[in-house]
Design a protein around this ligand. Structure first.
Ligand code: RIB
Ligand code: CA
Length: 315
């Protein structure tokens, strides 16, 4: 799992650890919700909090492939990237391998059995693709949390954070012939992770549930301050964890397929451009591109039930 922890990344990591059908083989870290040293420290700390410091963490990209890094969104995730919890430094350290090297090595070791989940900017995945251009044929699935087709963007009118943070990487990932599914704002903004659910987790999901409650306070405050409300109750959107639920329950989602590219500059930078008609267009950007499967509708209640019940059962 490639991640930029991040409050909602921690939720996704919790689900990956708790779900009986997922064996989490490692975390690779990327800049995004905070700088790379912070996201890497958070990955290590979160694993320790969840009692799984045996899971390796490989540190990845500190900046995007070509553009300058945008400022970290400390007003969303806190300046520690973990909702202002300011956790103790981790005891473990990252392994002596880059994120891209780790991804390529594990994909080769797993002989086609690896599912790759990316819930941060796609820099490490694009770098892994350069290291091993055959990578798309070596994974069972690549599930990406990022982008938006019809929903309003969360960092510009048309762009989602993970895609705009490295649009060149996002476009490179969309150009390769992976078994690629995208779980973006079209669905994640419809999944309201309410305070009632966080409270339920705090009561019934032990230490992990308590951590998710505490780490989400600042994040839910941010979501509650937005003009675009996702629920009548205090709530945040379920972004990264939705990609993990997609991995085990794809039937909760309705997808549309087509070639896709990502705008790399200008006011549309980071916009996911999905060709849903496969007509021939005036512009050539979609020509020769493989189909990408993008989640457009979701049974949000089923996703929330799956997440909450998985964590409660794990306790
Ligand atoms: O747009 C939501 C995504 O951006 C999530 O991955 C969140 O963690 C942030 O990085
Ligand atoms: Ca993330």
């Amino acid at each position: 799992m490639d991640t930029d922890p991040g409050v909602d990344d921690a939720q996704a990591i919790a689900f990956a650890i708790a779900h009986p059908e997922i064996e989490l083989l490692g975390l690779t870290t990327v800049f995004g919700n905070a700088q790379i040293d912070v996201t890497t420290r958070n990955a290590l700390t979160v694993l320790e909090e969840f009692g799984r410091s045996d899971i390796p963490v490989a540190k990845g990209a500190a900046q995007p492939l070509q553009i300058s890094r945008f400022p970290a969104p400390d007003f969303v995730h806190g300046d520690d990237g973990m909702g202002g919890l300011y956790l103790e430094p981790p005891k473990q350290q990252e392994i002596n391998e880059t994120a891209a090297e780790f991804i390529v090595r594990v994909a080769n070791e797993q002989h086609g059995e690896l599912s790759l989940i990316a819930v941060g900017p796609l820099t490490n995945i694009a770098q892994a693709l350069v290291l091993d251009p055959e990578l798309p044929n070596k994974v069972t699935a690549l599930v990406v949390m990022g982008g938006t087709v019809d929903a309003i963007g969360n960092v510009s009118p048309v762009a989602e954070a993970n895609f705009i943070n490295d649009p060149h990487a996002a476009d490179a990932v969309c150009s390769a012939d992976w078994p690629l599914s995208i779980v973006g704002l079209d669905v994640t903004m419809k999944i309201a992770f309410t305070d009632s659910l966080f409270k339920k987790l705090q009561k019934k999901a032990g230490k992990v549930g308590d951590f998710l409650w505490r780490s989400s306070r600042f994040y839910v405050d941010f979501y509650s301050s937005l003009s675009q409300k996702i629920s009548d109750e205090r709530a945040c959107a379920m972004h990264d964890a939705s990609a993990l639920v997609y991995l085990v329950q794809p039937d909760y989602f309705t997808n549309v397929s087509g070639p896709a590219c990502v705008a790399k500059s200008g006011p549309a930078m980071g916009q996911l451009l999905l060709d849903r008609t496969k007509e021939s267009y005036l512009l050539p950007y979609w020509e020769g591109r493989p189909n990408v499967s993008v989640a457009m509708q979701v049974d949000g209640q089923a996703v929330l039930d799956c997440f909450v019940n998985t964590l409660i059962d794990f306790n």
